[in-house]
Design a protein around this ligand. Structure first.
Ligand code: DP6
Length: 325
């Protein structure tokens, strides 16, 4: 059977950085995110006895590293049904992969939904989220809709993501600004293995539960200033942990720093915009919809970046009949 699914990537407001169980991808802390309307993956999966081996095509190419990860996940899906049937997988992103825009989140969420559907396995949203998590932690947050919380959990079944609010809860935007078309130099998976070497890591863990509660309150109250301040400070905290790990991980480029400094300047001029950065150098500018025209003007003026994509809060993963082959 052939099935196709679409999943949007997500931006974390409270970050996932570090696993207490790397096989099960159980995180040290819970996290909170929003699905992004214009950054998504479409994936078609077909299982057939005619296939001699698994084949994987991502954005028209066979990427060896991603291919192994995809095949490992196909194995997890096959295990649920105790079959050995091979699959053909074709996947397309609306954005470049491997640059820190979380293509693994949307990619593995789409693969989880299309793969299980193609084998006729029916799972609840929570079960899909747990399964997606095994392939990439942040993928579990791309299964539910809108504003999402990933509950840390201490077992496979307890570590899942659910929707806090639907996409129309709040008119906030994530303007992703790509500063250079360059791949990040160390993957999130590899980077996370050194998290405990940072002396800031224990300090981070000590207060993260409180931070999650504060962020959820500001989301509920739609208090943008409080929300934005927490989001930006959280991103800097994660990068401080990265920079103080052994080996030190430094993802920012000069343009990243320039943009982060510009955001502070714009705020002092009354433009309410906050920034967050994932593993990588691109900057996510978070603002309310009403602020977009002023932000566009500012971006035009500085002009050293490559491309920007405006994202609204988006739905969770879903199946479609628009197959890729
Ligand atoms: C900085 O989900 O890509 O974007 O589980 O190893 O696949 P793996 O890691 P991944 O890590 C995402 C890290 C982050 C923060 C976040 O999205 O919460």
């Amino acid at each position: 059977m052939k099935k196709t699914a679409v999943a949007h990537t997500n931006i974390a407001f409270i970050k996932y950085w570090g696993k207490k169980d790397s096989n099960l991808r159980l995180p040290y802390n819970g996290s909170i995110s929003m699905n992004l309307s214009n950054l998504y993956t479409t994936t078609t999966v077909e299982f057939s006895d005619q296939f001699r081996h698994d084949s994987v095509e991502i954005d028209g190419k066979e990427e060896p590293m991603e291919r192994d990860r995809v095949i490992a996940h196909l194995g997890r899906i096959r295990n649920l049904k105790k079959v050995k049937t091979h699959a053909h997988v074709v996947s397309k992103n609306t954005f470049p992969s491997g640059t820190g825009l979380s293509s693994s989140a949307s990619g593995f969420a789409a693969l989880t939904l299309a793969g299980t559907a193609a084998l006729g396995i029916s799972l609840s949203q929570r079960e899909l989220s747990c399964l997606a998590r095994l392939a990439s932690g942040s993928a579990c947050r791309s299964i539910p809709s809108g504003f999402v919380e990933w509950v840390r959990g201490d077992t496979h079944e307890e570590s899942y993501a659910y929707s806090l609010y639907p996409p129309d809860w709040w008119d906030i935007l994530d303007v992703v600004v790509m500063v250079r078309a360059e791949k990040k130099y160390i993957s999130s998976t590899k980077g996370q293995t050194v998290v405990t070497t940072s002396s800031f890591w224990t300090a981070r863990l000590k207060q993260i539960e409180k931070k999650i509660i504060h962020l959820k309150k500001s989301l509920q109250a739609r208090n943008f200033t409080t929300f934005g301040s927490i989001v930006e400070a959280e991103a800097f905290e994660m990068h401080a942990v990265m920079m103080t790990s052994t080996p030190a991980l430094f993802y920012w480029l000069p343009e990243t720093v320039l943009l982060l400094r510009s955001v502070r300047l714009w705020r002092s001029e009354g433009i309410s915009v906050y920034a967050t950065v994932n593993t990588g150098h691109d900057v996510h500018l978070i603002c309310e919809k009403k602020t977009l025209p002023a932000l566009r003007q500012k971006l035009k003026h500085i002009g050293f970046w490559k491309q920007s994509i405006v994202n609204y809060p988006a739905v969770g993963a879903y199946c479609t009949d628009q197959h890729l082959f």
